[in-house]
Each structure stands twice: as C-alpha cells, then as structure tokens.
Design a protein around this ligand. Structure first.
Ligand code: NI
Length: 403
C-alpha cells in the first residue's frame, strides 16, 4: 500500500519551486494567463488530459480510472491580490502592487502536487477532476466554472478543496461542519446633500453630518434587528466625501459588506438598511442611492464527508490532526460547487512561529510554512482515492447483478 505522505515528501522540492515561481509572478482575478499556461504545461508533462481555457483562464484536468465509478473533483484557486508584498524573502512578488497574500499560489501548487501523486497512483475506478479556477477574490470564478459545466461530463459526485490558514500549525487541518463560511454581500451607498460654505450651514444640507447619523443607525441592524443567536456582520470599509475644511460636502460615498451565515436573512437585512437610510436622509432633507448586491453564498460542508476527511488526516498527518472549528464570517466561492454537489472545504495549517508564518491572510507579510505544501497534496490525493474506494464498493453492493 502506497503512503501518500511518503510519496508527497519525495516531490516536496518541486511543489516548493512551483509555489515560489507563482509567488514571484502574481496575477489578479481573470488575468491568470501565465499561471494558467504554467498549470497546462505541468499537466502536459504529467500526461494528464485537460481542458482549457474554462471560465477565461481556468484549467480542468481529468484522471480516468480503467473501470467506471464515482467522480471526485479537487479544486484550487489561482488568483492574487492587489496588495503590495512587504516580505523580505528571495521569492517575494516581483510585481509592484500585486501579491499572493491569500496563498492561492500554494493552492495551485498543492493541486499540481496532488496531480503528480495521482498520475503515479491513478484510481482503478471512476475519475478525478482537477479544477484550477480563476478569480476567487471577489469575481466569482467558481460560479463561472460551474456555469461552464465543470461539474458535468463526467458528473461530479463529491468535491474537496482546502485553504491554507495560519490559525492551525503545519501538520494539522481543521474543518467546520455544516455552514462553514458566510455569504458575503456588498453595498455601495451615496448620500447626497447640498454643498455650500462651511460658515453657512443653514443654506446647505451637510452630507457629512447626515452620513454620521446613517453610519451609527446602520450598526443597529445587526445589534437590534437580528436574533442575537444568529451571526451577522455589517462593516463599512470605505468612506469618501468632501473638498476642504471650509466647504460643506455635497456628497459622501460609502462602501461596505454584510456577512451572514443564514442566506435567508439577506433580503431582511437589505430592506432594513434601506429603511434606515431612507428615514435618516428624509429627516435631514438629503437623498441617497443605495445599491446592495448579493455576493458569494455561504460555504456549506456536507457532514457525511467529514469522517472520510478525518480518516484521510489520520493516515496522511497522523492521529488527532483534524480538529473541528467554528464557522468563519469570511466568504469563499467554493460555495458555488458545494451548492450543487456534496462538498468539503477544510483548512490546511501553515503556521510556524520560527519561520514567521503567523500573519493573517491578506496581510502584507502573509507567508506560509512550505513544509505544509506536500501535506496538502497528500491530503487531496488520498481523499479522492479514498472516496472512490468507499463509494465503488458501496455501488457494487447496492447494485445487485441483473436476474
Ligand atoms: Ni483565499
């Protein structure tokens, strides 16, 4: 019996080299042209059949077993963020203002590592699909992949994905049963008053003071209208308005996000916000434009896949390496796959204090402990093979021979 963990260690140098190459050459959402080419080159070298482009820059590989059986998909995202890399390391981003600070370079390399392991140890039955998707960071690459049919032909029976995370040490994984991540909506708001001279407020409508009231009042949506036992967040992350200290601002623009674990509440929150904004603006004679957009749905893990994940972790990382964690109010477009087929999304520990890999995702100093890379590859490869083995046996048992 092949040990995936041992096999993965043998290709660690390759996976690290791929990750560093991608890390130095980050590409933003739907611009992953070179990253996509790189993935295609590696799949070609491995002799793995693939389809590209899918959803603009995505790549879908497929490893077919000799006999029919279930199909498992493994997913990685490939895009970087528009943030300046502030790490002082030889593999830091070479592109000013762009960097892989969410670890999607690691996800792509880990899936290429899994592809290597699976090409050496292909499934006897069924198929394994390798989904390299674009644009996770806000532009819903996962949704576009689903729309382009990556869950069909052959039909995917289950999907797994991981995210590198500094809340767990290298060598450990975590999972949240059920709803694991929030829906991530966003809104734009413009408050329109009437400009004028700072010394003559009675002749203007001050959009800054109206905005101050709107911001305070909006904070009561979560604290006063949602059930306290139901998680919700409303954050205004950007505010912009006015010209100078002696001018009354005619307009203020705000941008924010709403996170909820229960997607049923999205409309309620949106309507409540609109009612508050309208009421406050009316009271002071201001007007407004409010645009609320539904973003990623919540990530829903299929609990029936958790025992298999645990078994996989026990085998690859050792006993007691998987722990159960609370949901996160972060968003993830893995949700688009998990809405359609049973899915499992887990976190791969990459924290290592000695190597200074402690910063949160999206921080300018975010980095990963590269020792975790082969663990990720082995986890994904083992999970897929394990799923196929279990479900092939079951289908043989549950499909009696024709009489
Ligand atoms: Ni991410």
């Amino acid at each position: 019996m092949v040990s995936m963990a041992e096999e993965a260690k043998k290709i660690k140098e390759d996976i690290v080299a791929w990750r560093r190459k991608l890390h130095q050459n980050p590409e933003l959402s739907f611009e992953e042209v070179e990253t996509s080419k790189f993935v295609q080159e590696k799949l070609t070298e491995l002799g793995i059949e693939f389809q590209a482009p899918v959803a603009k820059t995505g790549v879908v590989g497929i490893i077919r077993g000799e006999k029919s059986g279930p199909t498992v998909a493994l997913r990685a995202d490939m895009d970087a963020l528009p943030i300046q890399d502030e790490k002082d390391v030889p593999y830091a981003s070479k592109v000013s203002g762009k960097a892989h600070l969410c670890g999607h370079d690691a996800h792509t390399s880990i899936l290429l590592g899994a592809a290597t392991l699976l090409s050496q140890n292909p499934p006897t039955h069924g198929n394994i699909k390798l989904l390299f998707q674009p644009a996770e960071e806000g532009l819903a690459g996962g949704m576009h992949m689903v729309e382009e049919g990556v869950l069909e032909n052959p039909k995917v029976d289950a999907i797994a994905g991981l995210h590198v995370h500094p809340t767990a040490d290298t060598g450990y994984v975590t999972v949240c049963p059920g709803v694991a991540m929030a829906c991530a909506d966003h809104f734009d708001l413009e408050i329109i008053g009437k400009g004028g001279h700072a010394a003559h407020p009675h002749m203007s409508i001050d959009s800054v003071t109206v905005t101050a009231q709107v911001i305070s009042a909006l904070q009561q949506v979560v604290s006063r209208t949602l059930d306290p036992l139901v998680p919700g967040v409303l954050t205004i992350g950007k505010i912009d308005g006015g010209y100078a200290r002696n001018v009354i601002a005619p307009k203020v623009r705000l941008e924010g996000t709403v996170r909820l674990l229960d997607p049923e509440l999205r409309k309620t929150v949106r309507d409540q916000m609109d009612q508050i904004i309208s009421g406050v603006c009316n009271a002071f004679g201001a007007t407004y434009h409010f645009d609320y957009q539904f973003g990623y749905p919540p990530v829903q893990n299929d609990n029936s896949l958790i025992p298999l994940l645990e078994e996989t972790a026990n085998k690859v990382l050792g006993e007691n390496t998987l722990s159960v964690v609370k949901p996160s109010m972060g968003g993830e477009d893995f949700s688009y796959y998990a809405e359609k087929v049973p899915g499992i999304f887990f976190r791969l520990g990459i924290r290592n204090e000695e190597k200074n890999c402690v910063y949160p995702n999206h921080h300018p100093l975010f980095d990963i402990d590269e020792d975790a890379l082969p663990y990720g590859s082995a986890m994904l490869a083992e999970f897929a093979l394990n799923y196929i083995k279990k479900h092939t046996k079951e289908s043989v048992l549950t499909n009696p021979l024709p009489k």
